[in-house]
Unconditional design. Structure first.
Length: 181
């Protein structure tokens, strides 16, 4: 691993995010989202620092039902470090559909993203990921479940936030405000 990266040898970053669709995947209202899934997943797979993502034999996780609500999509992945996931999220082709997410997804009631460190060579389970989201809801960010807004290292020590490079959903931010994200 290169100097200055976020994870020492022996650890990887697990990530779970959930979103409740406004309609089922086969609804025409979701067509613009569905057409992007393959491209966005391929970009993740080829991104520096990408390790693994949960997927069905169809190549994505849209068929995974981690909750009883069939409109909740569940995304689980592993990355070498925080910086790699952050770069994919905010500095790649993922950003365009991420910015447009309100067109296809409702606001989620509860934590919708959780990050945590795992031993390199292991993979998180759906049950573990759900437990991390629940813990984040209960306790707020801790070394066991955190977000990009409040980061922790594998040793449990708080980390400085990474800067989001561009505003989302029409936000306008000055450089000073950017540092507060």
């Amino acid at each position: 691993m290169s100097e200055g990266r976020g994870a020492p040898e022996g650890f990887h970053l697990a990530q779970v995010n959930v979103a409740r669709m406004m309609a089922s995947l086969d609804d025409p209202a979701m067509a613009d989202f569905v057409v992007q899934i393959g491209r966005v997943n391929a970009e993740a797979d080829g991104s520096p620092g990408f390790v693994w993502r949960l997927q069905t034999p169809e190549g994505d996780s849209t068929g995974v039902r981690a909750y009883s609500d069939s409109r909740v999509l569940f995304n689980l992945s592993v990355w070498e470090d925080l910086e790699s996931l952050f770069a994919y999220t905010y500095r790649s082709g993922h950003l365009e559909p991420f910015r447009a997410r309100r067109r296809w997804f409702e606001r989620f009631d509860g934590a919708h993203l959780a990050l945590w460190w795992i031993p390199a060579g292991t993979l998180p389970t759906i049950e573990e990921a759900r437990a991390r989201l629940e813990r984040l809801d209960r306790e707020g960010p801790t070394p066991e479940a955190f977000t990009f807004k409040r980061l922790f290292g594998p040793d449990g020590a708080p980390r400085e936030r990474l800067l989001r490079p561009v505003p989302l959903d029409g936000e306008r931010r000055t450089d000073a405000e950017q540092n507060a994200v």
